[in-house]
Design a binder for this molecule. Structure first.
Ligand SMILES: [Fe+2]
Length: 274
């Protein structure tokens, strides 16, 4: 199953306008284009010249935005032993949850629950795995709504950052918890707040490649949007995600798997790595 990209190019434009506090008239004046042209781009009209003109005023990479508008890029499919993605339906969208496990010890760790933890629970049973811990990237309902079922009503410990305390999970503070070790896996929390106030990226080592479960901090060729702070969402991603090795597998809360290297090259929100 191939999951479509979460955002279209005009979603990226809208997120950036919202984040920077720019109206259509503001953007038109800055870029020297008409308000009608900006409205058309926002509505999905593909005009390469116009996109290149507005991109710098949105702090976006022009070429990456145009490439996205033409549907010319998708991340190379990632397969990694010990990593599974579960994509479940939530209203008119889908949401991802992840399972990481050690083949030798059969120890498994879950990241978020998705809208329905059923497929993950079936997978755990089918492969004879033992779920030892659950980590929450953030507490928007689509990511955590099946926590009671996945944790078997609290029999499996779940962790969430203290700034997003929620029922059924133990809170932790960064600094006080450097990392967790669990049956051949090491899980390191990093602050990627901005989309949500306590958003966490979990970097997992123990598989053939490093893995980072990023929640909605970053999507393939987009990001979740700075619902709390756009500037901090961009800054924490640069500091905590883009400093990871290029071959690190990124596991977003929506859309397909990607890598740090692919996002440096193709994500329009990060022109500084092009
Ligand atoms: Fe979210």
């Amino acid at each position: 199953m191939s999951i479509p990209l979460e955002d279209l190019f005009n979603d990226v434009i809208a997120k950036s306008m919202r984040g920077l506090g720019l109206s259509e008239a503001d953007l038109a004046a800055k870029a020297g284009v008409s308000v009608e042209d900006v409205a058309a781009a926002k509505a999905g009209t593909v005009d390469d010249k116009l996109l290149r003109k507005i991109a710098p005023h949105l702090q976006l990479d022009g070429l990456a935005l145009v490439t996205m508008a033409h549907g010319d890029w998708r991340p190379t499919p990632v397969t990694l032993k010990g990593l599974a993605q579960f994509n479940t339906t939530y209203h008119d969208m889908t949401v991802n949850a992840y399972l990481v496990w050690d083949a030798e010890t059969k120890n498994a760790v879950a990241f978020d629950t998705g809208a329905d933890a059923g497929p993950m629970i079936d997978f755990i049973e089918k492969h004879g795995l033992n779920l030892s811990l659950i980590f929450l990237t953030h507490t928007h309902p689509d990511h955590i709504m099946d926590l009671a079922k996945l944790s078997a009503d609290g029999a499996v410990t779940a962790f969430v950052h203290a700034r997003e305390a929620c029922a059924g999970a133990k809170t932790f503070e960064l600094g006080e918890t450097e990392s967790w070790e669990s049956g051949g896996l090491k899980i390191e929390p990093r602050s990627t707040w901005g989309h949500s106030k306590g958003g966490i990226t979990y970097v997992v080592s123990g598989l053939e490649k490093p893995v980072a479960i990023v929640g909605d901090a970053l999507f393939a060729s987009s990001m979740g949007g700075g619902m709390v702070s756009f500037n901090d969402a961009l800054a924490t991603n640069r500091k905590e995600i883009f400093t990871l090795a290029d071959h690190t597998v990124l596991c977003p809360g929506h859309g397909p798997l990607t890598t740090v290297g692919e996002e440096k090259a193709h994500n329009p929100f990060y022109p500084d790595y092009k």
